[in-house]
Each structure stands twice: as structure tokens, then as C-alpha cells.
Design a protein around this ligand. Sequence first.
Ligand SMILES: Cc1ncc(COP(=O)(O)O)c(C=O)c1O
Length: 311
Amino acid sequence: MILGDGFADRAASVATPGGTGAIRQALELIRMANPQAKVWMSSPTWPNHPSIVKYLGMPMAEYRYFDAATRGIDLAGLMVDLEGVAEGDAVLLHGCCHNPTGANLSQPEWDQVIALLAAKGAVPFVDLAYQGFGDGLEADAAATRKIAAAFPEVLIAASCSKNFGIYRERTGVLIALTSPDRRAVVQGNLAYLNRQNYSFPPDHGARLVTMILEDEALRADWKAELEEVRLNMLSLRRQLAEELRRATNSDRFDFVASHRGMFSRLGLSEAQVETLRTKHGIYMVSDSRINIAGLNAQTVPVLAAAIASVI
Ligand SMILES: Cc1ncc(COP(=O)(O)O)c(C=O)c1O
């Protein structure tokens, strides 16, 4: 589902407790292999990324990612910052549906980033937590597959929490791509790390996912449901962008329609977020990140009117 065909002889993998477990195990593998490796992450990123890296005492660095003015990608800043990557450093990349911003690299932008990181000898570390929530199951894996083909060593931490709707089962997978002759050693190291931390990951969610993916009828049902979820989020995005265009008489929030995934950072100030809370009873994270999936066709106009009244 993640890599498509052609990587089986290079892939070592273990089930993990959620995507978070995969991230933690990947970081431990990096630290075990190369304690000097720096972990690079986007600014901003999912707060658990820096938190776990810090907890593990690993060196870390940030690269620019989000342009607060356009709510798009700061590609120039990103490329300048990633020039600082040293050989063997791990670079954490959101495979699709960037959390918290909702802003994602286009395929040509991915190509530029991949070329730079390949020239630097970096180890890409892909976090794929929302496959199927952006442009579709296959499209959302496109960048990950490009990376897999372009680098000798890649780490992929994937979550089944959202796309299979089994958040509390804690179901994820860590895939470590390497050369075919090293695969068995890497597999052994992953098994070793699992054993040190919890012996075995929980099995129930992983069995559910396996059952669905290996049964043609169940797989088709699941894909159809996932697509329905994705299209619903897209239509809410379009509706919100349109309502905001009308309510604010500007194109300031058009980016909401081009963002992908569950989240968008709206670019409101903390004071505006506070006013939405106290005056309108509308709650969002203080950096103005909203969860698109928390809206519906009836609440979108209410939110748009409230935002227009505070800006
Ligand atoms: C970017 C990102 N990575 C990883 C995860 C972890 O997923 P899981 O709930 O499967 O641990 C999340 C979940 O919120 C996420 O947003």
C-alpha cells in the first residue's frame, strides 16, 4: 500500500504501536547506527517530533517550511536551510498532508528537495500519517515512492490510525529500506529494538489491517470509505474557502482549498483566536490550526462569519 511494487528485497519492517511508535523506533535506530546524526525537521512540525528527539538526547535542527504570509511553502528558505545537512543526517519529511500547516510540496518541489538531499548524502525519514486523506491513496504515496527509489537508505514511519479509523488500537509500521545484502541485519536490529522496548507490538489492529488489505472485497469497501472521507474533507475545504471569500470580500483564505489533510493553519493572531473563543464559543489551537474534519456543511458558514468578524 505504501511502496507499491519493487521494494520488497530492500525493505526491513516491523509493526509498531501506532505511527508514533514507528517514529520512536526509527529514531532509536538512527541513534544506534550513528549517534552524531542530526535530525532535521520542518518548522513547524507535529510537536511530538521535536519532543521525542529531545527526549532521546539527539542533535536536532529545523528547516524553514511554512510561509506565514502566503500560507504556502517557503521553498527558498527550505532549500537554503537544507544546504546545512551533513552526510548521514536524518531529514524528517511529512509524506503528505503536513501537520500542522496543511501546506504540501508539489511534485516538482519534491524533486528539487530529493535532488538536494541526495547530493548531501542525507537519510530521508518519511512520516506518513495520513495516506489517503490528501489526493488519494496512490497520490499520497507518490513522494514516499520517489524517495524510496532515489536513496540507498530510507526510513518510513506510517500510521494506520486515521486511514483505518483505529486510533486506539495503536497500529503502525516502520519500514527501513536498505540494500538487499543488509536487509537481514536491519531486520534483526528492528526486532532487537522492539524487544528492548515492549517485546512485541500489540497485534489486534495490525491483524485487522492485514485482514482488510488481503481480502479483495474488504479492501474495496475500505478504499471506498476512505475515499468518501477524503472527498468530504475536500468539499468542506472548498466550502470554507468560498464562505470566507464571501464573508471577508477577499482571497486571503483561498489557500484553505489547496491545503490537504485534516489540518490547516489559518494565519490568525493569538488575540483573534482568543476572541473567537470568548465571543463566539469557537475553539482552535492558539496557532490557529483547525481540524477540517471537525466541521460540517452547517457549521462552515458559522465559522466563516465569526472569522470575518475578528480580522
Ligand atoms: C504528523 C503525524 N505523525 C505521526 C502521528 C502519529 O500517529 P499515531 O496516532 O498512529 O501514533 C500523527 C498523529 O497525530 C501525526 O499527526
